[in-house]
Write a protein that binds this ligand. Structure first.
Ligand code: PLP
Length: 459
């Protein structure tokens, strides 16, 4: 039975419902529906506990770039487990995988970077960046310059500070967030916020003017940093309008505001460039990354900082007596060894070249669904895309959320053997980077079928 609704006593499904609090899951619906229990992976496929096979068209959570059975990553983990399964990097301790990974990341960086700080998740990398914005401004004698701006619909994580950066209501509601001093400016979605007849450039100008008005209203001497995901992925696959970052960065430079690029999803080839910053001309002071850094096989994230930031951290840490920040598993040997092997595979197999070759197939196939009666907008770039579900194409009116229409498309797609992610009114597609052109056509055709199924269900 697809969907794993087997609720016999002592079944995995029943034991799950009895014991697990699931992230980003409606607990009431979960108690009724139960989990989908996955048993194993095979290339771009995952297989559930009942033997049903699905294409994982979201690469898990935008991370399993090399699919679900890459033996070289398993072997790299095994070798490192045998040599040195754990060590930390506090008090100047180190090991070769972390050193080599840092060297590689600095060499790959889209702008000159000085040092790499390792953590375990995207949220922790962004939390670290927030702390460094504060630490840096204290070090340079600007202790008022602490407020941070991100954007509506942004996704930067779930820890107290990174959830505050996130600009989605359900990460704040009832959690007493966002923290004071974390502000949100406009989401650069032309589809949602453009005026009738407005060009991309005109809309970009308006976004930059709105950012500047926010900065001036708050007092520029109190604004320390701006966070941006080059292409907003979870927030709706929002491709920035032409000239957006050019104009935003001009505003940031005018008021001496740091830029942090969140490359947690865009990094390592997703957009057909090594980093999303390259695709849109971002010149960040810090870059956070995770997910495809280890192809999702190990929990690891990294924050790269430039020489200006590092210089201030060096002075401040030296004066205080230590840089008082770090996680037990920062630079974990197994995680860094797997990340290193992942980067080697990307290079040896020219994964970037492959993405550039197959991305047009995916974008064209998704464009082919843009005319479907349920699709209000198709957005995408490289190997990421989204379809926005609407009840009225002309007025862009969404369906009543209570109907759960996008979720229904996701369910029908799953019944056809494709796992995607329905978020709000959107169906997201972000397959493993190793997907072939034929597999892409098959996945998108099945999503088209799921849209038809949904249309029939609505009638
Ligand atoms: N930043 C971006 C752009 C993300 O998409 C995510 C997670 O999806 C995060 C940060 C948070 O990463 P994590 O879930 O590893 O904490």
């Amino acid at each position: 039975m697809i969907g794993g609704n087997d609720r016999r006593a002592n079944s995995l499904e029943a034991r799950d419902v009895a014991t697990i609090l699931h992230p980003y899951t409606n607990p009431v619906v979960h108690e009724a529906d139960g989990p989908l229990v996955l048993a194993r992976g095979d290339g771009i496929h995952v297989i559930d506990s009942e033997g049903n096979r699905y294409v994982e068209a979201l690469a898990g959570l935008f991370c399993a770039s090399l699919g679900f059975s890459e033996s070289r990553l398993v072997e790299a983990a095994h070798r490192q487990m045998q040599a040195l399964p754990f060590y930390h990097s506090f008090g100047g301790r180190s090991h070769e995988p972390a050193i080599e990974l840092s060297e590689r990341l600095i060499a790959m960086a889209p702008v000159p970077m000085s040092k790499v700080f390792f953590a375990n998740s995207g949220s922790e990398a962004n939390d670290t960046a927030i702390k460094l914005v504060w630490y840096y401004h204290n070090a340079i004698g600007k202790p008022r310059k602490k407020k941070i701006i991100s954007r509506q619909r942004a996704y930067h994580g779930v820890t107290v500070a990174s959830a505050s950066l996130t600009g989605l209501p359900y990460t704040h509601k009832a959690f007493d967030l966002p923290l004071a001093g974390i502000l949100h400016t406009d989401c650069p979605s032309l589809y949602h916020h453009g005026l009738p007849g407005e060009t991309e450039e005109q809309f970009a100008t308006r976004c930059a003017q709105s950012l500047e008005a926010l900065i001036l209203g708050e007092d520029p001497d109190t604004i320390g940093a701006f966070f941006a995901e080059p292409l907003m992925a979870s927030g709706g696959c929002i491709v920035p309008p032409a000239t957006y970052y050019e104009k935003i960065q001009a505003v940031l430079r005018r008021y001496d505001i740091l830029l942090i690029a969140d490359e947690v999803i865009c990094g390592f080839g997703r957009l057909g460039t090594l980093f999303g910053s390259e695709a849109f001309g971002l010149k960040p002071d810090m870059i956070s990354m995770a997910k495809q850094l280890s192809a999702g096989y190990q929990p690891i994230s990294a924050l790269m900082v430039n020489e200006t930031i590092y210089g201030a951290v060096r002075e401040q840490g030296g004066a205080i007596g230590t840089f008082g920040h770090g996680f037990t598993y920062s630079g974990h040997p197994v995680a860094t060894a797997v990340a290193l092997e992942t980067l080697r595979i990307y290079e040896e197999r020219d994964i970037l070249g492959h993405v550039r070759a197959v991305a047009p197939v995916m974008q064209a196939a998704l464009d082919g669904l843009a005319g479907h009666p349920l699709v209000g907008d198709k957005r995408g770039m490289g190997l990421i895309g989204a379809l926005e579900i609407t009840s009225d194409k002309a007025t862009k009116t969404p369906f009543d959320p209570a109907l759960g229409v996008a979720a229904k498309v996701g369910k029908f797609a799953q019944a056809r053997g494709v796992i995607t992610r329905a978020m709000g009114d959107m169906i997201h597609l972000c397959p493993p980077l190793i997907i072939t052109a034929d597999e892409i056509r098959d996945v998108v055709a099945k999503i088209g079928g799921a849209l038809d199924d949904t249309l029939s269900w609505l009638e």
